[in-house]
Design a protein around this ligand. Structure first.
Ligand code: DAH
Length: 340
């Protein structure tokens, strides 16, 4: 019996060395470890071994089994199980020099980032960021801003009214400008006031490269004693240099808004596409708060003066990042978003 076990071990190890691929290994496994394999046969002979030899033969039987199993595992690793039979060095398959897989990290949308940047720049000049509701009423959107009943800006065709303005006393609407927040601040707080209010506004415009039915504005308001147009100009020119860089070319152009007197438009010379010649682009409006607006919110215009401004956030983003079409900001195409 012991001789038989020695033979199984010797022949088994020799045969393993001949096995060159996965199929040969499997065939070997069936011959030695299969249900009718040589080790099973040896075990069935164990019954007939004389009692006093049983401990020694049993130990040898276990040892042969363990040795063959170990040799089998080593051979399998050497061949590279599942590796198509090509010989490989033993050991874990791990290439430490291979570059890692970069996880795809999301980030904030460009409009959110620009909004934060704008608030940051104005915060350095002492403006507090505040917000107001997007669902407004015509009193905050028009009446208290000194926009008369017959003004074309109040036309139902040009606004998203929620209530019918012809039959409702204080019709609700999606705000068409962030100037509403000026009114809300002056209604609820005492001057001096120094705020900026970024947010969404809505107008039923036909969508094209420069228009959208929803966009963002940032409103500014500074109310104090003896605020002048010079303060307004300094603030806006400093803002432009802080946001766009030292070379920013900006200008104020006389204009009209019902809620400011005098009023101006704030333009900047920018090229929307790299290589295009820079053009004057209107960033928004501004001016000195009209005394009629102060009166509508109960602030004495003899004591207080102020300036206000309202800029388009998309314009500011497009100008700085060279985005030629406003629709790119709302389509959420990752090929675009990943570039900025
Ligand atoms: N609300 C104006 C608009 O949407 C922009 C504006 C102009 C805001 C002059 C102001 C301002 O605060 O003083 O076109």
């Amino acid at each position: 019996m012991l001789e038989e076990l020695n033979a199984i071990e010797r022949e088994g190890i020799e045969a393993l060395q001949q096995a060159g691929d996965t199929e040969a290994l499997e065939a070997w496994r069936i011959v030695y470890f299969g249900s009718k394999g040589r080790l099973k046969q040896a075990m069935s002979l164990f019954r007939d071994v004389p009692r006093e030899e049983k401990p020694a033969v049993g130990a040898r039987l276990n040892a042969v089994q363990a040795n063959l199993l170990l040799a089998f595992e080593q051979r399998r690793e050497a061949i590279g199980a599942g590796g198509g039979g090509a010989a490989r060095t033993a050991g874990p398959v791990l290439d430490l020099t291979e570059p890692g897989i970069t996880p795809a990290l999301g980030r904030r949308h460009i409009i959110s980032r620009v909004r934060e940047e704008l608030c940051e720049v104005f915060a350095r000049m002492g403006f507090e960021s505040v917000s107001g509701p997007e669902l407004e009423d015509d009193e905050h959107n028009f009446v208290k801003l000194n926009i008369p009943e017959d003004h074309p800006a109040r036309d139902p065709i040009d606004n998203f009214y929620v209530d019918d303005p012809a039959t409702t006393k204080r019709p609700r609407m999606l705000r068409s400008q962030t100037s509403t927040v000026q009114i809300r601040m002056m209604e609820t707080r005492e001057p001096p006031l120094k705020i900026v209010a970024p947010g969404r506004v809505y107008r039923p415009d036909t969508v094209d490269a420069t228009h959208s039915f929803m966009f963002h504005q940032i409103e500014g308001l500074y109310v104090d004693r003896r605020v002048t147009m010079a303060d307004l100009k300094t603030t806006l020119f400093q803002f432009a240099r802080a946001y766009f860089g030292e070379g920013a070319e900006v200008r104020l152009r006389p204009s009209f808004f019902p809620f400011t007197e005098p009023s101006a438009e704030f333009d900047m010379k920018i090229a929307l596409r790299p290589g295009d010649p820079p053009k004057w682009i209107e960033l928004g409006g501004c001016g000195m708060v009209d005394p009629a607006v102060f009166e509508s919110v109960g602030i004495d215009p003899e004591e207080w003066t102020g300036f206000a401004f309202g800029f388009g956030v998309e314009r500011l983003a497009m100008g700085k990042y060279g985005i030629p079409d406003i629709r790119m900001l709302f389509e959420n195409d990752l090929r675009f978003l990943n570039q900025i």
